[in-house]
Write a protein that binds this ligand. Structure first.
Ligand SMILES: C[S@@+](CC[C@H](N)C(=O)[O-])C[C@H]1O[C@@H](n2cnc3c(N)ncnc32)[C@H](O)[C@@H]1O
Length: 315
């Protein structure tokens, strides 16, 4: 598959993120949670090849073949390695195409720098070239998002529902397949459906009986699995590997005074790690309720800024 004269002593990988610019902080946090790699813009580099099949915003992980500051230098660096890619397909990822830029020219010049024929329909080697901030990277894709966060949409008349991609990323911040996960403010069940479709054993608790019924119906119709029950998260009990909580806010799901402290204090008893979402920063409250904050990502949607807090129980 990949033959070359030059021997590389260490293997490096790069990751490409997707999503709107408003979601990049969350995308970077998802990458970090899945791989330990820090993103710079929409790319991240590291020594770890993580499985990103269930990712929401991490598009792929590629084994680095060459990096350079220009296309000319990249073509030269690849040519020096005398590589053969039989049955390859090459993708070009360029966040902002320049006027007049000819992408087929990029593909042609790179493809001329190695041996082997392309196979666009059934490629045996998937290559990607990514150009960002004046840095060019060529790599062989080793893991790629299946995009399986694209589940059927929840009922459209419930405006507090999280976007599916965001809900999947929240799950990925704290849980892996096989883990148990609690969503104590389940709404219509978006997080539970995303967790369950990722192989996470998810339970949603929702105070409104009517909503809990709709959520149960939704997760069933989405074919994802998971459980939904009507209950009060302030007094819920049990032990879970992780939690995702989308705190009530605004007109659709108003929060009575004292709800956040009561909810978070109880949550602290139930799980060692949580992704906690609110329409405001919660640093002080998290510390008061026994959580240690690891990171915050903000996601802007119109005038709403959601603050995603990644926190662990402070011993
Ligand atoms: C922001 S919404 C969650 C939306 C959800 N993530 C979704 O995608 O559908 C917050 C939910 O918390 C519920 N809630 C409020 N207080 C609660 C409590 N004490 N226990 C459980 N659920 C509660 C509200 O009824 C509301 O559905």
């Amino acid at each position: 598959m990949l033959r070359g004269r030059s021997q590389r002593l260490t293997v490096a990988y790069f990751y490409l993120l997707t999503g709107r610019a408003e979601e990049w902080e969350l995308a970077a946090l998802e990458l970090w949670a899945l791989s330990g790699v820090r993103a710079d813009g929409t790319c991240g580099e590291g020594r770890v090849a993580a499985d990103v099949g269930g990712a929401a915003y991490v598009r792929f992980c590629a084994e680095t073949i060459a990096t350079a500051d220009s296309l000319d230098d990249l073509v030269a660096a690849v040519g020096q390695q005398r590589l053969t890619f039989e049955g390859f397909r090459l993708e070009v990822h360029r966040p902002a195409p320049r006027p007049g830029e000819d992408w087929t020219e990029i593909v042609r010049r790179l493809a001329d720098s190695w041996e082997g024929r392309p196979d666009l329909d059934r490629p045996r080697v998937r290559l990607a070239v990514v150009a960002q901030h004046g840095r060019w990277r060529l790599g062989r894709i080793v893991s790629e998002s299946r995009g399986d966060w694209r589940l059927p949409a929840p009922p459209s008349d419930y405006s507090a529902a999280l976007p599916a991609q965001m809900a999947r990323a929240l799950v990925n911040l704290v849980a892996a397949p096989g883990d148990t996960l609690l969503d104590p403010c389940a709404g219509v069940g978006t997080v539970v459906a995303q967790a369950a479709s990722r192989g996470v054993r998810a339970l949603g608790v929702e105070i409104s009986k009517k909503l809990a019924g709709r959520a149960a119906e939704y997760v069933r119709s989405a074919g994802a699995g998971g459980w939904i029950v009507a209950g009060d998260a302030r007094i819920w009990d049990g032990r879970y590997d992780a939690a995702v909580v989308d705190l009530p806010y605004g007109r659709c799901s108003s929060a009575p005074a004292g709800l956040y402290p009561a909810l978070l204090s109880n949550l602290r008893r139930l799980t060692p790690r949580a992704a906690i979402l609110a329409a405001e920063p919660l640093e002080a409250l998290l510390a008061e309720t026994g959580f240690r904050l690891l990171a915050v990502a903000r996601v802007r949607t119109g005038s709403l800024v959601r603050h995603v807090h990644l926190a662990v129980a402070d011993p």
